[in-house]
Design a protein around this ligand. Structure first.
Ligand code: HEC
Ligand code: HEC
Length: 113
């Protein structure tokens, strides 16, 4: 019984620890900071051709003070929604690259008539 209690307390401790590790993550599915930062470094920053400070106050990554971060969060929601459809169709998932291709502001010329 004591052992069970210790394990339960240990697991609860881990879960609380992870919650604190990521303070203001509302859309991305990552459970650990390591996974989230890896996504930022390998997908978000290079696919938009920007550095972390384009979206973040580097002294507090959880802050939403930059508008680019707020736009990016909505873009992430859009990509998640698109990928539900892509999965239903058995197609490859998309990422920011599909539109951005290394630009923070993708070209989108008017439709040809
Ligand atoms: C284009 C904008 C953008 C860029 C560039 C970017 N991030 Fe992020 N980052 C976000 C958004 C949006 C979130 C919140 C996602 C959510 O709410 O699910 C986030 C969340 C985070 C968090 C979690 C902070 C918390 O709330 O605890 C960390 C850490 C982080 N980013 C690190 C980085 C690092 C390191 C880089 C550079 C390699 C980087 N980010 C580049 C948009 C960006
Ligand atoms: C379906 C296409 C598409 C996808 C996918 C997409 N974006 Fe965008 N994004 C755009 C377009 C188009 C704009 C420019 C909107 C305008 O000005 O008309 C934009 C603008 C932005 C901006 C504002 C840039 C600025 O200079 O103000 C950010 C930040 C951004 N996107 C982040 C992301 C991130 C992060 C992802 C991946 C999670 C992503 N986007 C995926 C189409 C897309």
């Amino acid at each position: 019984m004591k052992k069970v209690m210790i394990i339960v307390l240990f697991l609860t401790g881990l879960m609380v620890g992870q919650k604190r590790e990521l303070k203001n993550v509302k859309v991305l599915p990552f459970k650990t900071k390591r996974e989230l930062v890896s996504y930022m470094k390998t997908v978000v920053a290079p696919e938009l051709g920007v550095k972390c400070n384009f979206c973040h106050n580097l002294t507090d990554y959880s802050s939403d003070e930059k508008d680019h971060k707020k736009v990016a969060r909505k873009m992430m929601t859009m990509v998640n929604t698109a990928n539900k459809t892509m999965n239903e169709l058995n197609f490859h998932e998309i990422s920011c690259w599909v539109c951005h291709q290394g630009n923070n502001h993708p070209e989108h010329p008017p439709k040809k008539k």
